[in-house]
Design a protein around this ligand. Structure first.
Ligand code: NAD
Length: 382
């Protein structure tokens, strides 16, 4: 199979779908790898590194798409303002796309894929099951985002994180609150602890308390209405207004002594819950920093604007977007491993035939030969 790796065109994107060390294994399995010139430069991989690994460099995106049987990307196919072409229009009829799709924001890409009878595997639909852990790019990217959110907070804060006993007196540790302790939240806790902060965290899923405490943070106990908070698959369920109001009250009591708040709360496929209102921000100390990782899902703070830094009442609220692109080398390394593992699972050697009876293959497939087979995406597009 000819696997094509285009250069990402999303503004600010530096990641690449496949890094050179992953290529040898694909070639050993009999595949050919075509890489658009400059695709890896943002992540630190020159064309020569790809050539040395056995890939062919193609100087033009259109030529790459025409020659590939399968495209591996990071971001969903999108309109390229420079060439005035949509990436989905470049896909050859009947070929395969593997990468993030974010169908809510990319309905046009899905429609074009349907018309071109594409088979599309979306990284965000890889089921979060044990067998698929090595293919879970959402978790990889959330890990990086959780780490980087803390680094940004530390940079913005006019205080240091650790306790210091110096000849010039004692410095107390920074108080950090993490809301939502899924993948990003747990990594944020671990990173803030490593920097020496005093960390508190909350998540409505009962199992998470132990994970928070195992990282050395305190779990914030809250008096909340009894509610079924978890799906059978272990995801958070959308909470009632009464639940969120009680949670806001409990968070509000702690905010005045917090230096940093990192919010990561999300309900899969829904708008992020508002956990911090404008009035609650007003109660915070000047100089405090809120990093909102859920900015692209509407934000966990009422003042969040995606990709912007808002100053209000002396508090800085940062709606971070695409943090993995700011750590392009390791983000690409992790993504590359995830997408290669998925590819090898989908096209199992030596037959290389898709098996839709398999939970991972079927779960990750959004469009099969032009037919939308994922109900979430079907509802979005139709
Ligand atoms: P996840 O699903 O693993 O974790 C989300 C957590 O939020 C879950 O543990 C859930 O129980 C919790 N939650 C739900 N409702 C809550 C509530 N009312 N209060 C507190 N917690 C609540 O998700 P993740 O992979 O860790 O990602 C977290 C967020 O970070 C998502 O919004 C994701 O899109 C975002 N993200 C942002 C970037 C970026 O660069 N900005 C990168 C990766 C992920």
């Amino acid at each position: 199979m000819k696997i094509g790796i285009p250069k990402e065109i999303r503004a600010g994107e530096t990641r690449v779908a496949l890094i050179p060390p992953m290529i040898a294994g694909l070639i050993r399995d009999g595949h050919e790898v075509l890489v658009e010139s400059g695709a890896g430069v943002g992540a630190g991989f020159a064309d020569t590194a790809y050539q040395d690994a056995g890939a062919s460099i193609i100087d033009d995106a259109a030529k790459l798409y025409t020659n590939a049987d399968l495209i591996m990307k990071v971001n969903a196919p999108t309109f390229n303002p420079t060439t005035k072409k949509h990436e989905a229009d470049l896909l050859k009829n009947g070929t395969t796309y593997v990468g993030f799709l974010m169908p809510q924001e990319n309905k046009d890409a899905v429609e074009k894929m349907v018309r071109k009878k594409i088979t599309c595997f979306a990284m965000e639909f890889v089921p979060r099951i044990t067998r698929a852990q090595s293919m879970d790019a959402l978790s990889s990217m959330a890990t990086i985002a959780g780490y980087k959110a803390v680094i940004i907070a530390a940079e913005k804060l006019s205080k240091i994180f650790p306790l210091l006993m110096t000849a010039a007196g004692s410095i107390t540790p920074a108080n950090v609150l993490i809301l939502g302790a899924g993948v990003a939240g747990l990594q944020a806790i671990a990173t803030a602890k490593r920097l020496g902060a005093k960390v508190e965290a909350f998540d409505p899923r009962p199992a998470v308390k132990e994970q928070i405490e195992s990282l050395g943070a305190s779990f914030v106990e809250m008096q909340l209405p009894e509610e079924d908070v978890e799906t059978a698959g272990g995801y958070a369920k959308q909470q009632s207004d009464a639940f969120l109001k009680a949670e806001q009250d409990a968070i509000g009591k702690r905010l005045p002594r917090m230096d940093v708040v990192i919010t990561t709360a999300q309900i899969f496929g829904k708008r992020a819950p508002i956990l911090i209102t404008r009035a609650m921000v007003e109660q915070m100390q000047p100089g405090a920093v809120i990093i909102d990782l859920a900015a692209e899902q509407g934000g966990n703070c009422e003042l969040t604007a995606a990709n912007e830094q808002v100053e209000a009442h002396g508090v800085t609220v940062i709606g971070v977007v695409n943090l993995p692109a700011s750590v392009a080398y390791h983000a690409s390394q992790m993504y590359s491993k995830n997408i290669t593992n998925l590819f090898k699972h989908l096209y199992l050697a030596p037959e290389f035939i898709l098996n839709f009876e398999d939970e991972i293959t079927n779960g990750a497939c959004v469009v099969r030969d032009g037919a939308i087979i994922n109900d979430v995406v079907k509802n979005l597009v139709q």
